[in-house]
Design a protein around this ligand. Structure first.
Ligand SMILES: [Zn+2]
Ligand SMILES: [Zn+2]
Ligand SMILES: [Zn+2]
Length: 386
């Protein structure tokens, strides 16, 4: 399956004026021409010449842009990455679109026209240029004509033209993130090692979004979600009885309505439940958490959450539609998609003058859906819901 440009939902971000937060926009209106520029393509058509004629080792060439000034090895395929392409890779690898597929090309981290792998457990995309420059010219046209296409990580053979899959590429991805200190990630899991996810959703229900993303199937054992609106009476024993939990989500409910508790109650209750569930530091289990504040926490509690309890900076997500900001939330999470930064969109968004319409036009879980999609790297999905 091919898709032109980016789908309707895009994520763009820029450096926050506040030093403590990253800022992101969940945008429904940005044209398909913006987003991170694909790495420079000016000499990518020379890669084949460098390797085949000049016998240069492919590990000495950035396979993302063709540069010979390389910084590190590409973690997934044989070849290297130059400094800007490495930086770009780190920012885009865990980014997904609303459709549940990765936002950018798995090889170069860019791409205008992307070909989507048809293996149901795979969400990867590849751009025309990577197919034509690294496999062989004309590959993109051939793939476009196919009814079903399986990607270079799903096909059994590991070599396609110049493109050769690394044997332990998932470990290499983890090592790259570790070495760069960009964000802590768990090693992505192969489809056969992914188990159904078990979710605990506090205060706000994300069942629909988890089902839409395919994490929860309609058969018992195909993922599970426990939603608890009021955790006041929930004890450690109650939580233990739920069994192993893989993801704890908590979001302060819609601020327009009646809120049963003071805002800080939500954070401290979330943290209390999280502490019951969180594995010990030396436990390698893939465990994720996300807490969302509808901008109701006061600064003191936010600081406590950031520096003392969750020990990570919040990311501010704006829901921007037709260049107006509809809603805004602060999110603390260890899901790596929330640490990514993109280029500013072409239009000039001035936060101080942008109009703010009714809060919560998009439901909060809907706004967060694409940031939950990278959990697909770790948990089994049930394609009937994709
Ligand atoms: Zn490069
Ligand atoms: Zn590409
Ligand atoms: Zn694939």
């Amino acid at each position: 399956m091919a898709r032109e440009g980016m789908e309707a939902e895009r994520v763009v971000s820029f450096e926050s004026e506040s030093e403590s937060s990253d800022v992101m926009f969940v945008d429904s209106s940005i044209s398909s021409t913006d987003g991170p520029e694909p790495p420079q393509n000016f000499n990518r058509d020379c890669i084949a010449y460098e390797v085949n004629v000049k016998h240069r080792h492919i590990e000495e060439i950035c396979i993302s842009c063709g540069s010979l000034e390389v910084d590190t090895l590409h973690p997934i395929f044989h070849g290297a990455l130059c400094p800007p392409c490495k930086e770009n890779f780190l920012h885009v690898f865990f980014l997904y679109d609303e459709d549940g597929y990765q936002s950018y090309c798995t090889i170069c981290g860019g791409g205008r026209t992307l070909f989507i792998c048809d293996v149901s457990s795979c969400s990867r995309c590849y751009c025309t240029e990577c197919l034509d420059f690294l496999v062989r010219p004309g590959t993109a046209c051939r793939v476009k004509a196919m009814n079903m296409w399986f990607c270079f990580l799903c096909l059994p053979m590991d070599r396609h033209g110049l493109l050769q899959r690394r044997v332990k590429w998932r470990a290499c991805v983890k090592r790259l993130y570790d070495e760069c200190g960009f964000v802590n990630i768990f090693k992505p899991l192969s489809a056969s090692k992914r188990n159904p996810i078990r979710v605990l959703s506090l205060f706000s229900d994300i069942s629909i979004e988890m089902k839409k993303l395919g994490f929860i199937g309609n058969t018992f054992g195909n993922g599970s979600i426990t939603y608890v609106h009021d955790v006041s009476l929930i004890t450690r024993k109650d939580v233990k009885e739920l069994g192993d939990i893989d993801f704890v989500f908590g979001a302060i409910p819609d601020t327009r309505g009646y809120i049963a508790h003071p805002s800080d109650w939500y954070f401290y209750q979330y943290y209390r439940i999280l502490s019951y569930v969180q594995p010990q530091a030396n436990n390698p289990k893939c465990f994720f958490w996300m807490f969302v504040d509808n901008l109701v926490l006061d600064e003191e509690v936010k600081d406590a959450a950031t520096f003392r309890f969750l020990e990570t900076n919040p990311v501010t997500i704006y829901d921007v539609q037709h260049e107006g900001i509809f809603s805004e939330v602060h999110v603390w999470s260890n899901i790596p998609s929330l640490k990514s930064k993109y280029a500013l969109p072409d239009w000039d968004l001035d936060l101080s003058t942008s109009f703010r319409r009714d809060f919560q036009t998009q439901s909060l879980p809907e706004m967060l859906k694409k940031f939950l999609a990278p959990l697909k790297e770790y948990f089994k999905c049930f394609p009937e819901f994709l």
